[in-house]
Design a protein around this ligand. Structure first.
Ligand code: SAH
Ligand code: SF4
Ligand code: F3S
Length: 455
């Protein structure tokens, strides 16, 4: 049951046991983890905790972890190892997120000084877990498994940016790609109601947010709990909220990518000109082994819809190289697909065998050296594509949202609707405020950024 009351602790006990407590939190992994941490921070602050910037200054140290690849998982154990001596000073440790859910109570064996181990499906119980911690319970777990129907909604979200904010509209994943831990670490797919999403978006608009990023492991697999709105309709409805100037959404799964999403982008100007559509491989043979449930041809059909839009929609993707069974010919097909789509950005990864996943039983047939080589070829080719793509913007006047100021380069940093970074200068005596929107004429380009002057 979701409860945000301070379970079982009467107010008088709180004043006694709840001297000013501090916490430090570090977040690894994807945007969903970043946003979960914003909710965890809000929940902790509501419980009277104050956030501090270092492990040393904190009473409670939280790591919100990622286990998507082996390297990500190792980070948490390295961090725990680095700071374990702090335990002797009475500091408590909590391991949250995907490694927590994946490893469960084994974390207590590897790091016996840890007090809380909780996966994201149990964050509704955080207040209860904190109360137990204060009562001196040594080992507290929140390891609700795939059965859960709950989403983590809390009014105490401490968003880190006052202009641009996340809303998770769907949690978990039921797709079970052969290589991926997410279905095991995040539980089954469950969507929020469009009413609650729109209410949160309106509250954000009322408090000054102009950009909203809708999140989900597969954001476009959204199924309105109330059956009122399709994903495309929800996108449009968020985009039509007065005050909202930009709406982004990530990550889209190709299998559930429908044409009405492109139509919504064409119809509603505030929907950003960018789709992140991970293909993983350009070979239908590998896609089948990966259990992605689409072929290269079906993927390219979606690309054609996106390219056929009236607006120029930027595309980015994720690629895994060296999946078990990927031949040199399969890899060539991936390179070929990248050339055909001409993405504006590619996140390339070497296949990393993960616990519990079906691919673990396939022989990891590609040596690491070969995986590295394929990744390098891919990234080199892609850099050239991006060099050409970005150069096409020279002479354009693009609207950017101001994100900050780079003091060493003396440039203002902004982002376009297509999610491209623009470093620019202005002749105005006063720097534009963070979160403001300006028009910038592009004068120079690089494979990952643009340079310009405010007009
Ligand atoms: N739900 C999204 C992906 C989320 S995970 C989708 O289906 O497209 C983010 C990315 O991590 C994936 O797109 C994939 O490219 C990469 N990834 C996931 N598991 C991996 C593994 N075992 N090894 C290497 N990369 C992996
Ligand atoms: Fe992982 Fe596949 Fe789910 Fe994406 S769709 S989160 S890659 S299982
Ligand atoms: Fe990592 Fe979990 Fe996100 S494994 S990528 S933090 S869903």
């Amino acid at each position: 049951m979701a409860t945000f009351a301070i379970a079982d602790v009467a107010p008088e006990d709180r004043s006694e046991s709840n001297r000013a407590r501090t916490f430090y939190i570090e977040t690894f992994g994807c945007q969903m983890n970043v946003h979960d941490s914003e909710k965890v921070i809000g929940t902790l602050e509501h419980q009277g905790y104050t956030r501090v910037e270092t492990e040393e200054a904190a009473d409670l140290i939280l790591y919100n972890t990622c286990s998507i690849r082996d390297k990500a998982e190792q980070k948490v154990f390295n961090r725990l190892n680095d700071y374990k001596s702090l335990h002797k000073q009475g500091k408590r440790f909590a391991v949250l997120g995907c490694v927590a859910q994946q490893e469960g109570e084994r974390i207590f064996e590897r790091a016996p000084f840890v007090s809380i181990v909780s996966g994201s499906a149990s964050y509704n119980r955080l207040p209860e877990m904190l109360a137990q911690l204060q009562q001196g319970t040594k080992r507290i777990t929140g390891l609700d498994d795939r059965q859960t129907e709950e989403t983590f909604e809390t009014e105490f979200t401490a968003r880190s940016n006052p202009h641009r904010g996340y809303i998770t509209i769907i949690e978990g994943c039921d797709k079970f790609c052969a290589y991926c831990v997410v279905p095991y670490t995040r539980g089954k797919e469950r969507s929020r109601s469009s009413t609650s999403v729109l209410a949160e978006a309106r509250r954000m608009a009322d408090s000054g947010y102009t950009e909203i990023q809708l999140l989900g492991q597969n954001v476009n697999s959204y199924h309105d709990l109330e059956g009122k709105k399709s994903f495309a309709e929800l996108l449009a409805a968020v985009g039509e909220i007065p005050g909202i100037r930009r709406v982004r959404f990530t990550t889209s799964h190709p299998r559930d990518f429908t044409r009405d999403i492109v139509q919504a982008i064409d119809a509603v100007p505030s929907l950003c000109d960018h789709v992140h559509l991970p293909v993983q491989s350009g070979s239908s043979h590998v896609l089948k082994l990966m259990q992605r449930e689409y072929t290269r041809e079906q993927y390219m059909e979606r690309v054609a819809w996106i390219k056929g839009a009236r607006r120029t929609i930027s595309m980015t993707t994720d690629i895994i190289v060296g999946f078990p069974g990927e031949t040199a010919t399969d890899f060539e097909q991936t390179i070929d697909l990248l050339a055909e789509v001409e993405y504006d950005g590619v996140f390339g990864f070497k296949y990393s065998p993960r616990p519990n996943t079906p691919a673990l039983t396939m022989p990891d047939s590609i040596p690491d050296k070969e995986k590295s080589l394929r990744l390098q070829v891919l990234l080199d080719r892609q850099r050239e594509t991006q060099r050409r793509n970005y150069a096409r913007h020279i002479g354009d006047v693009l609207e950017v949202m101001v994100e900050g100021y780079n003091t060493s380069r003396r440039q203002i940093v902004g982002r376009t609707s297509q999610n491209k970074t623009v470093n620019f200068t202005t002749e105005q005596p006063i720097l534009p405020a963070q979160g403001s929107y300006l028009s910038v004429r592009i004068t120079q380009s690089f494979p990952n950024s643009l340079v310009g002057e405010a007009v």
